[in-house]
Write a protein that binds this ligand. Structure first.
Ligand code: ADP
Ligand code: ADP
Ligand code: MG
Length: 445
């Protein structure tokens, strides 16, 4: 097992990994930017090292500086969390070349699956259903028009290196196509340092259902069931739950088997998620792989009782999985709400600032993941996620009711948060009926 793990991230996920390390009797080293200096969660790590300025490009994205920090502090592994360098294959390779284990898949597996166009090709080859679209990235204008006409409008343009809901746009008409492609390429270049884009059929009013995977370096691959992340705004998840209210046992079995197959054919190790869209007829299509731990991993931790961060660290250290497919028995109903520092009444505009009052809920089956406390400053420079509320109850109606109660209790002031919005969703009859689709928030809230 590792002696010391460096955490190349910040906020709630950094704290989540610090806690897992402590329970595994591993020392933790947090890196932080000048903006995060003095954050309370840093006190819970064994060491904390400043790696640069407030902008992510000056700190949390500085691969060399992070590796240097690991070397100076004698860390033998780096956990990347999610976002920042978590899906950077070159970073994973660089860590290992410096004899520091990267807690995640190999650089090669990441290249095969992390890039969306290449992952589509892998899925297609493995006979996992994909959305009709271009083979790989787009070549030229003629290629683009040919593919779009073949699949039919509306189509969705997606950045191959995209993530976090960015780099996507819908095109309804042929006359807009080429201009939209040009814009998408420019945006992708700016946001992801790659102008590669592809197109796929725009699925009408789908649901988002994903499968959590865990794989070790001994050839064991298991799934830990699905999560339903249909409640989104701007292609970003706001609420996640398990099990999905929209699939039957048969679909669940096929979905999970498809995800496991993808991991096997691509030599995947560590935790990962295979995302699918479910169309109106209940047919599922692969959309992408997230080759890292995800924001919503606690949902699965609460249905299965498995600590995914510990499992990731153990498998990075070469241990075989401590569970197998038969021993994993998801149970109960779990809902997670993302509390973001945003104003839901102003199109979810980020609302950073000082938190003067912070009173999180508690009680039966409630888990709160947060790095926030009274007197804490929320910076506008980073992700707006400030807390996750996770509830587990025997049934879905009980879970909805418990979440409603937690949201009522939760006090965060004076900054605006998504709490009132989340509360309205919990009270909405369509959410209770389990009949929503990814357009629900824009249409009905
Ligand atoms: P998914 O990849 O399916 O969207 P997550 O919600 O786990 O799943 O997060 C996506 C990634 O994008 C995460 O790594 C997260 O840090 C990042 N991210 C989430 N929200 C934003 C945002 N508003 N701006 C930039 N990046 C974001
Ligand atoms: P990201 O990497 O940003 O998470 P995804 O490919 O996972 O990108 O897509 C994010 C969300 O965008 C999906 O959950 C879904 O709501 C929407 N989306 C993606 N592809 C399509 C599609 N072809 N048709 C309709 N909606 C889509
Ligand atoms: Mg996604």
């Amino acid at each position: 097992m590792f002696r010391r793990v460096l955490i190349a991230n910040r906020g709630e996920i950094a704290l989540r990994v610090v806690r897992a390390c402590r329970e595994l009797c591993i020392e933790s080293v947090c890196v932080f930017s000048e903006e995060d200096r003095g954050a309370h969660y840093l006190d819970l790590a064994d060491r904390a090292v400043c790696i640069g300025g407030p902008a992510p490009k000056e700190s949390y994205l500085k691969a060399d500086r992070i590796i240097a920090a690991a070397e100076v502090t004698g860390a033998d592994a780096i956990h990347p969390g999610y976002g920042f360098l978590a899906e950077d294959a070159a970073f994973a390779d660089k860590c290992r070349a410096c004899n520091i284990e990267f807690v995640g898949p190999t650089g090669d597996a990441m290249r095969r699956l992390g890039d969306k166009a290449s992952a589509r090709a892998v899925a297609k080859k493995a006979k996992v259903p994909t959305i009709p679209g271009s083979e790989g990235t787009l070549e030229d204008d003629n290629d683009t028009i040919r593919v779009a006409e073949k699949i039919g409008f509306p189509v969705m343009i997606k950045a191959s290196a995209g993530g976090g809901g960015r780099g996507m746009r819908v095109v309804h008409d042929k006359t807009d196509l080429l201009a939209a492609i040009k814009q998408a390429e420019q945006e992708a270049e700016g946001a992801f340092n790659s102008n590669a884009v592809y197109i796929e059929k725009y699925i009408d009013r789908p649901r988002h259902v994903e499968v959590q995977l865990m794989a070790d370096t001994h050839g064991n691959v298991v799934h830990l069931g699905e999560r339903d992340c249909t409640i989104q705004r701007r292609y970003q998840k706001l609420i996640e739950e398990a099990p999905s209210p929209a699939i039957d046992a048969r679909t669940r079995k096929d979905l999970c088997a498809a995800a496991v197959k993808l991991a096997r054919v691509s030599g995947y190790t560590s935790a990962g998620t295979v995302e699918f869209l479910l169309d109106r007829k209940g047919k599922f299509y692969f959309i992408e792989v997230n080759a890292r731990i995800q924001v919503e991993h606690p949902v699965t931790e609460r249905t299965t009782g498995i600590d995914l961060i510990k499992a990731q660290i153990r498998s990075a250290a070469g241990e075989a999985l401590a569970f197998n497919q038969r021993s994993i028995r998801p149970d109960g109903h779990v809902i997670e709400c993302r509390i973001n520092a945003e104003d839901p009444d102003q199109d979810f505009r980020p609302c950073a600032g000082l938190i003067e009052r912070f009173r999180p809920p508690g009680g039966f089956g409630v888990r709160i993941d947060t790095h926030v406390h009274e007197g804490c400053m929320i910076s506008p420079r980073y992700d707006s996620l400030i807390a996750k509320v996770i509830v587990r109850q025997p049934t879905r109606p009980e879970a909805i009711r418990a979440m409603q109660r937690c949201l009522d209790e939760f006090v965060i002031a004076p900054i605006k948060t998504t709490i009132p919005f989340l509360s309205r969703v919990m009270a909405h009859p369509d959410f209770a009926a389990g009949t929503v689709d990814t357009g629900f928030v824009e249409r009905s809230m």
